[in-house]
Design a protein around this ligand. Structure first.
Ligand SMILES: Cc1cc2nc3c(=O)[nH]c(=O)nc-3n(C[C@H](O)[C@H](O)[C@H](O)COP(=O)(O)OP(=O)(O)OC[C@H]3O[C@@H](n4cnc5c(N)ncnc54)[C@H](O)[C@@H]3O)c2cc1C
Length: 462
């Protein structure tokens, strides 16, 4: 009899899992349960900045799931998992029994204990609804004043979208630098100077004490250092946590996320986890970690889906890769970027906002930090090639010295050390990835081209 796979979630981990199941098994019954439509959160900033229409954040419509033979329960939550009984109960009172269960419930923004975060106009930017709320709340306002609380990876991605709209931006970060879990102090200094040059006000080493409403309905953001900032909108981006509430009482082991092995299997047979909610194998470490980024969610989903239908696929581990365009300055950290035991090659040119740090164990790269102008095509291809060094874990031999002496000639080492050939041969599921194409209301994915796109690929901005 055909197996029944129940998948909780509709983000990249869930959709990649079900599409992978279908590659290997055309008979299996698949049910997808998600309280939101199937979409990609990382596309939300593109909608916010006006680069894509909202429908392009969606990853599949009813016709797509029907074609895949997937039964969908959108708008519903899984309320409880009965791991012994192999069933889940849904928020409408119904239940589903499963042979295999995938938990791909993602993560949620943390709510800091700041008085005033419940006021209208104070919000996170994590979901479709949040994006609509921000666009509605600022419509008709030519240049809304925004205070962003938290200068982490997601916060600065959202900042960049608002920067593209020409909004008046202030950032508050309680640590002594921006991107504290992504950059060392020197590169963060370059990013902060760049932000200042783009008229983004940055307050570090202070936190928000309270938010209140002023006379004209504006928000008054009171800082611990005594400053007060008036704003139309306050965006809270002070971190995220894995959505673990469902596993209470199931016996599933967890730490910061659901602990999974290299097959994405949890400590309970037949229950898998993938994406932001999963704490899995990582490159350059024996520890398991939560890597709350899209590429990890995609890989996790594909590995989980394959194993749910009996393929024996082992995940080599996720590579931490944080890439964010901060108001036109490309800012990147990979892998063990903060490994104090690694040998480091550093080039710093603050006048030109250029920073390159390569971290080595013997002759292998284990991490890197880059800053450089987002319209510098050479820098962008270099960060792609350095990612290739890390993903293939290539031993560079004599090319290590070459790179240490010529950190701006990455291409020669990339070709010489055979990284391109290795990458071409690397597959997660044993065959080349197929383009999943676009599956929402027959729409074509038309990006609204910016100036840098025009520069790189020669098309004119619309
Ligand atoms: C604004 C923003 C920008 C980002 N930009 C980037 C970027 O540039 N690069 C990058 O790598 N990453 C980025 N990310 C992070 C990336 O989007 C996440 O890592 C990714 O979405 C995780 O995928 P997932 O499938 O694990 O979870 P999610 O995408 O969060 O999907 C989980 C889904 O499950 C639903 N759900 C939860 N609990 C239940 C339940 N009990 N019952 C039913 N449904 C449930 C949730 O509502 C959600 O719809 C960004 C995130 C945000 C918010």
């Amino acid at each position: 009899m055909a197996q029944h796979h129940v998948i909780i979630g509709g983000g990249p981990a869930a959709t990649n899992a079900l599409e992978t199941i279908r590659i290997f098994d055309s008979e299996a019954k698949i049910t997808l349960v998600c309280d939101e439509p199937a979409h990609s959160r990382m596309a939300l900033p593109y909608w916010l900045s006006g680069s894509i229409p909202p429908e392009q954040t969606h990853t599949g419509d009813a016709a797509h799931f029907k074609k895949l033979g997937v039964e969908t329960r959108f708008g519903l939550r899984v309320a409880n998992i009965d791991a012994n009984g192999h069933s889940v109960s849904l928020s409408d009172g119904s239940s589903l029994s499963y042979d295999n269960l995938l938990i791909a419930t993602g993560s949620s923004p943390l709510a800091p204990p700041i008085p005033g975060t419940d006021l209208p106009g104070v919000q996170p930017l994590w979901s479709l609804a949040h994006t609509q709320e921000l666009l509605d709340g600022t419509s008709g306002n030519e240049r809304p004043r925004v205070v962003l609380v938290g200068a982490g990876f997601i916060g600065l991605i959202v900042l960049n979208a608002m920067f593209k709209r020409g909004w008046d931006l202030t950032v508050v970060e309680r640590e002594s630098q921006v991107l504290p879990r992504m950059l060392d102090g020197e590169s963060a200094g370059i990013v902060q100077n760049w932000m200042a040059s783009k008229s983004v006000a940055v307050h570090t080493s202070t936190s928000v004490k309270s938010i209140s409403t002023g006379g004209g309905g504006e928000k008054l953001v009171q800082l611990e250092n005594g400053n007060q900032i008036a704003a139309d909108v306050v965006i809270i981006a002070t971190g995220i946590k894995a959505n673990l509430d469902l596993i209470d009482g199931t016996g599933i082991d967890s730490d910061e996320g659901i602990l999974v092995n290299a097959q994405m299997l949890s400590s309970v047979p037949n229950i898998y986890a993938a994406g932001d909610v999963a704490q899995g194998p990582v490159m350059f470490s024996d520890q398991r970690s939560v890597h709350a980024i899209q590429p990890t969610a995609v890989d996790h989903g594909r590995v989980a889906g394959a194993n749910m239908v009996g393929q024996d696929v082992h995940y080599p581990g996720s590579l931490l890769m944080n890439v964010v365009d901060v108001c036109g300055l490309q800012t990147v950290s990979y892998g063990a970027w903060d490994d104090a035991s690694a040998e480091a090659t550093t080039i710093s040119n603050p006048i030109n906002s250029i920073y390159r740090k390569l971290l080595w164990h013997d002759d292998s790269l284990v991490g890197a930090i880059f800053t450089g102008r987002a319209d510098d095509l050479g820098m962008l291809t270099d960060i792609g090639m350095v990612k290739g060094f890390l993903q293939t874990q290539t031993k560079l031999g004599a090319w290590k010295r070459y790179l240490m002496e010529n950190a701006f000639d990455v291409r020669r080492a990339y070709i010489g050390a055979g990284v391109a050939q290795k990458l071409v041969q690397t597959t997660l599921l044993g065959s080349a990835t197929r383009d999943r194409k676009y599956h929402f209301q027959g729409a074509e994915p038309k990006a609204i081209m910016g100036a840098s796109h025009a520069q790189f690929v020669g098309t004119k901005p619309k």
